[in-house]
Design a protein around this ligand. Sequence first.
Ligand code: ATP
Ligand code: MG
Length: 307
Amino acid sequence: MIDAIDRAALRRTVAVVNGKGGVGKTSITANLAGLYAAAGYRVLAVDLDPQGNLGNDLGYLGAGLSDDGAAFQMAATVGAAPTPVRDVRPNLDVVPGGEQLHDLAAVLQSRRLTGRGGVESLAASLGAVAGGYDLVLLDCPPGSDVLQAGALAAARWVLVPSKTDDASRAGLREVARRFVAARQTNPELTLIGVVLFGVNPSARRVVAQARETLVQDLGGAAPVLDAVIRHVEAAAVDARGRGQLVHELERDVHTAPKWYERLRHPDQGRLEPLASSAGPLAEDYQRLAEEVLARIVAVEQTAEVPA
Ligand SMILES: Nc1ncnc2c1ncn2[C@@H]1O[C@H](COP(=O)(O)OP(=O)(O)OP(=O)(O)O)[C@@H](O)[C@H]1O
Ligand SMILES: [Mg+2]
């Protein structure tokens, strides 16, 4: 018997969701989690993706701390609290995902099809661990309908990364459908907004047009956030390759040996230059972190005003 979902514990749980692949879900989850943790919040990041990419961005895969989601799969099947990996960064714990979550998806789906519930055990499992944190971020998989539904059954908030092309607009319609379905059992679920990912910062007019189109698509149902995440491949590749967050990479860019120091000390081995584009990207993530938290707090304060 699965206990009821602890909504109070989940009141600061944000699902980063879009059924479309490669729109920045994992990068945004990892970087926001890292920034909030660095600001002093106690943060839990949960990898709900069988691809397990969150471990690349946070750098715990190489450290042997991931079990490919095996423990999470077992806990989520019965609605028990998963045991997070502690202190992946100061203040930041993680529930690792990975290929074992295919099994979780299969179990939840079969329960759904046979009328024995569905995603409640996953939501109950997240509720059983969320209470220990100020913020919980869920990195959702593309594709798996049941795992996305589980995340939306648990979350209080939804953040939707999107690119600006037509295929991404179709992806947004799918998110809207999932969101409406999830609200039937989770009526407080609130859309924080859509964040544009991978935009070209010098193509201002194109970005403004894309934003306008999205605002019309959404019909006022959710804001398109002011903060955007720019396309800078070099910094993104460096960050994921080193298991670092963008603000950590930026710090290292400043302290890394300059080109003339590398020339002067060739004996120290080959040191790859780091992408100097990390700085503007780090600022994008900071702006996004501020805007997301401000929107959550604004809604919370409105709800607190007595009628
Ligand atoms: N600012 C950026 N500019 C360019 N490329 C980026 C940037 N940030 C991340 N990337 C790259 O874009 C790809 C997609 O990013 P990410 O994995 O965050 O998306 P996702 O929505 O989680 O994908 P999936 O649906 O596969 O889980 C990755 O290869 C990542 O390294
Ligand atoms: Mg991902």
